[in-house]
Ligand binder design. Structure first.
Ligand code: UD1
Ligand code: MG
Length: 452
């Protein structure tokens, strides 16, 4: 790219009333990340700096998300042009608007850097368009602004649906909302936008007619309707999630992961699946998961904040919580929950275990039903299981505690003090067996019944 300076303004002052939520709309997540974060990522990747987010008043949580990028506050919601104008001081104090100003909506999470780059490229067109508009042809043009072109197909103006004539509403090419504006004229154009229209708002879309009136060209880049779908409601949020999941699944498969039933696998925006990983049906990846080449995630598992190394296998029905590392060729099996746990190379935790704040050493074997008792109601404690150790089934390891390398713990033990390397520890009631005792018991009970 050239040495042009690109900035971006992301509009996020909307209350999102139709979400019926106590939280600002743009903080609702898609693929484990707030809507706004997806848009900010795209703006960053498109080369914009600064990226200014325009919030409403009292939206500290939105500002925290945007940080360290600057924010501006639009105190009254008077329209999209008014919202961009609210970013003026923030842009000026971060080096000015630059050559190209991208305007994005914070509730449109599917926009891609490639589309932004296409718009920036169009801004460099021979006729030096002052405004580049991202157009699209939705199945139902409904409430979208319509792009009015002249006989030669050049963009003349944008008409909002409430202000359109019946003929204008039949126009199929609509305004997707994203614009790229010449930074040298942006604020001059904005200063001239008025609110004499059906909604009494300052429309950003008026920039096109104003620029044309100044003798400048304007251009349209046609985009994909999927990328432009905005979120206004819970149903819209679910639709955006579905579209994002399709995209993430396709990318994972293109990268060499096998998804047996991709439509049942849910990925986070940052999920990393290596080559030749196999992900069976009905797996959910929360944020922060990496799966290295050649690992397997069996069906019905849920992973979050976890790393799975090459050759390792987890599930079916495994629950890996944040801070989990499953190292090379290790195995975390059925109905096992882990949290801040390292399962070292070749170790096996195959069934019905909770391993929290724990290390399971290389090639150790943890029997079914083993529980690390990591919380005593006041403090968390850690558990260390040494390399090659064997923990018998149904053992409670009361942390802080350690079991040394190659030690053996008998089944059903409650281990409260450290077990040295190579030791055998058994901590359970001793078994008492009385020969013939069951027969005597039955005879006594029968005699009592006969007396009644
Ligand atoms: C806008 C466009 C329309 C386009 C459509 C695409 C205008 C006038 N109309 O209409 O041509 O087809 O988007 O989705 O621009 N916002 C603020 N402050 C405001 C007003 C809006 O921050 O004062 C934010 C909203 O939170 C939202 C975005 O700007 O993220 C768009 O606003 P919205 O009211 O949804 O515009 P539309 O009527 O959909
Ligand atoms: Mg809208």
């Amino acid at each position: 790219m050239s040495n042009r300076r690109v900035s971006a303004v992301v509009l996020a002052a909307g209350l999102g009333t139709r979400m019926k939520s106590d939280h600002p709309k743009v903080l609702h997540p898609v693929a484990g990340r707030p809507l706004l974060a997806h848009v900010l990522d795209a703006a960053d990747a498109g080369g914009a700096d600064p990226v200014v987010t325009v919030t409403g008043p009292e939206m500290a949580a939105v500002q925290d998300l945007a940080a360290p990028r600057p924010c501006a506050v639009q105190h009254e919601r008077l329209g999209t042009a008014h919202a961009v104008a609210a970013a003026r001081d923030a842009l000026e104090s971060h080096g000015g608007p630059g050559d190209d100003v991208l305007v994005l909506f914070g509730d449109t999470p599917l926009i891609t850097p490639a589309t932004l780059e296409a718009m920036l490229a169009a801004r460099r067109g021979a006729d030096d368009p002052a405004v580049v508009v991202l157009g699209f042809r939705p199945a139902d043009p409904g409430r979208y602004g319509r792009l009015v072109t002249d006989a030669a197909g050049r963009l003349e103006r944008i008409v909002e649906v409430h202000d359109a004539t019946p003929e204008e509403t039949t126009i199929e090419l609509c305004n997707g909302g994203v614009m790229c504006v010449d930074g040298a004229v942006l604020f001059d154009l904005l200063d001239r936008v008025d609110n004499t229209n059906a909604k009494g708002e300052y429309y950003l879309t008026d920039l096109v007619a104003l620029a044309r009136g100044d003798g400048r060209a304007c251009a349209v880049v046609e985009g994909d309707a999927t990328e432009l779908q905005g979120v206004d409601s819970r149903a819209g949020l679910a639709a955006a999630e579905a579209a994002m999941q399709d995209r993430l699944r396709a990318a994972a498969m293109a990268g060499g992961a096998t998804l047996t039933a991709p439509e049942t696998v849910f990925l986070a925006r940052d999920t990393v699946l290596g080559r030749d990983t196999i992900v069976e049906p009905h797996v959910v990846f929360g944020p922060g998961v990496t799966v290295a080449d050649g690992a397997t995630v069996h069906a019905f598992s849920h992973l979050e904040g976890a790393h799975v190394e090459s050759g390792a296998a987890v599930g079916p029905y495994a629950r890996l919580r944040p801070g989990t590392r499953v190292e090379r060729d290790a195995r975390v099996g059925n109905f096992v929950e882990t949290k801040k746990a390292t399962i070292e190379a070749g170790a096996k935790v195959p069934h019905l275990t909770y391993a929290g704040d724990a290390t399971v050493g290389e090639k150790a074997n943890v029997g079914a039903g083993t529980i690390t008792c990591n919380y005593d109601g006041f403090n968390k404690g850690t558990t260390r299981i040494g390399a090659g150790a064997f923990i018998g089934s149904n053992t409670a390891l009361v942390a802080p505690v350690s079991v040394g390398d190659a030690a053996v713990v008998g089944a059903g033990s409650t281990i409260t003090s450290d077990v040295p390397a190579d030791a055998l520890a058994v901590a359970r009631g001793r078994q008492e067996t009385r020969e013939g005792g069951a027969a005597r018991l039955r005879a006594r009970k029968q005699a009592e019944r006969d007396k009644e």
